[in-house]
Design a protein around this ligand. Structure first.
Ligand SMILES: Nc1ncnc2c1ncn2[C@@H]1O[C@H](COP(=O)(O)OP(=O)(O)OP(=O)(O)O)[C@@H](O)[C@H]1O
Ligand SMILES: [Mg+2]
Length: 343
């Protein structure tokens, strides 16, 4: 069969209506996704969300119950061998051979990936350097720390120069420097056109290394896009305002506004839990000014990514509270009201 041409605009990873059932349990549900070339796509979601199941299907280790998957435009069901050539899959907590030295382990895989004997040493050395493990090349697998093992497994994954990297929780166990190095590796590969799908249940672990993210829960892709677009889709926002006069009218205006759910006075500012868009914010500001309140600052507090994730993954995670206006700074703070301050 002729391999399909792989034009630059072909999504490098694509799923169409993919579903995976383990008996009664649906681990991945109706999931459609397109990832363009060079993207570093973070797959985020709580334990059991279906991240590993999706990555395993993309790596052709499990067949979907329903739906289609494409790698570099190649249908995995139709032409798995051709697709597989482009895939570098790093499983979650993958071990290394305990009795082999790091370089022996990597040379073994270089041979199995078909790297010619004359080029194996060079390729292994390049990959060791990429993951900053050159100085440990003679260490035995059994003596590596968890983070070092992760790095060696990543080096192994990079050996065949895959076009699509599927990395399941590669950052878990990495120290901050190794994590920054992982980011550098992925960015450098992205510039060469390599597309990465990288999973984690910690959004902050991925946020600074990904160009876009997908949020999964209970097998479904809840949101997909740039981090900014996902933060902007947050149903709640937090406003912070300062006033120098008219404080006595403030409570009434805020209480009247159906989009305000809670107000806490903190460090001299009123922190307002608000469910509305930018136009609603402008209306609120207008109402405050019309009520003779001298507003000196009115701003949206940047949403925390973890809050956004919790709100998206479990709408109940954002606790609906009675409308309470707290204007006394000295009232002992309740942990649920603390959550409104995302500074
Ligand atoms: N081999 C299997 N047989 C039966 N159920 C499975 C199997 N593998 C996974 N599951 C179930 O499928 C669901 C999704 O699991 P999956 O491993 O894909 O989640 P995950 O998002 O990778 O979670 P984690 O963050 O814990 O790694 C879970 O409910 C899990 O129990
Ligand atoms: Mg997993």
């Amino acid at each position: 069969m002729l391999e399909r041409v792989d034009p630059i605009e072909t999504p490098q990873v694509e799923t169409r209506d993919v579903r995976l059932d383990y008996g009664e349990l649906t681990a991945v549900n109706n999931l459609s996704l397109q990832i363009p070339r060079g993207e570093i796509y973070g797959l985020v979601g709580p334990n059991g969300a279906g991240k590993t199941s999706l990555l395993k299907m993309l790596a052709n280790l499990i067949r979907p119950t329903y739906g289609e998957l494409f790698i570099c435009g190649i249908d995995l069901a139709e032409n798995p061998r051709a697709a597989y050539q482009h895939i570098g899959y790093m499983p979650d907590l993958s071990p290394v051979a305990p009795e082999l030295k790091v370089w022996e382990f990597l040379e073994f895989f270089a041979a199995s990936y078909g790297v010619p004997a004359a080029k194996r040493k060079q390729r292994v050395n390049q990959c060791l350097e990429q993951v900053k493990m050159t100085e440990h090349r003679n260490a035995y697998g059994k003596n590596l720390s968890r983070g070092m093992t992760q790095r060696v497994v990543l080096a192994k994954t990079l050996i065949p120069k895959p076009k699509v990297l599927l990395l399941d929780e590669p950052a878990s166990g990495l120290d901050p420097i190794a994590r920054i190095n992982l980011k550098k590796i992925l960015v450098a590969l992205s510039k060469q056109g390599v597309t990465t799908v990288i999973s984690s249940h910690i959004l902050t672990e991925l946020a600074d290394m990904c160009t876009s993210i997908g949020i999964m829960d209970k097998g479904r892709l809840l949101k997909s896009g740039t981090i900014e677009s996902i933060l902007n889709s947050r149903p709640h926002s937090t406003l912070s305002l300062n006033v120098i006069a008219g404080e006595e009218n403030l409570t009434a205006v805020l209480e009247e506004n159906p989009l305000v759910s809670q107000v806490v006075k903190k460090d001299g500012a009123f922190v307002v839990d608000f469910t509305g868009d930018v136009e609603d914010e402008a209306e609120l500001l207008k109402a405050l000014i019309l009520a003779d309140i001298s507003v000196t600052s009115f701003r949206k507090v940047a949403a925390s990514m973890e809050d956004t994730l919790i709100e998206l993954v479990s709408p109940d995670g954002h606790v609906e509270r009675d409308k309470v206006i707290v204007s006394d700074e000295n009232i002992e703070s309740d942990p649920s009201t603390e959550a409104t301050n995302n500074d």
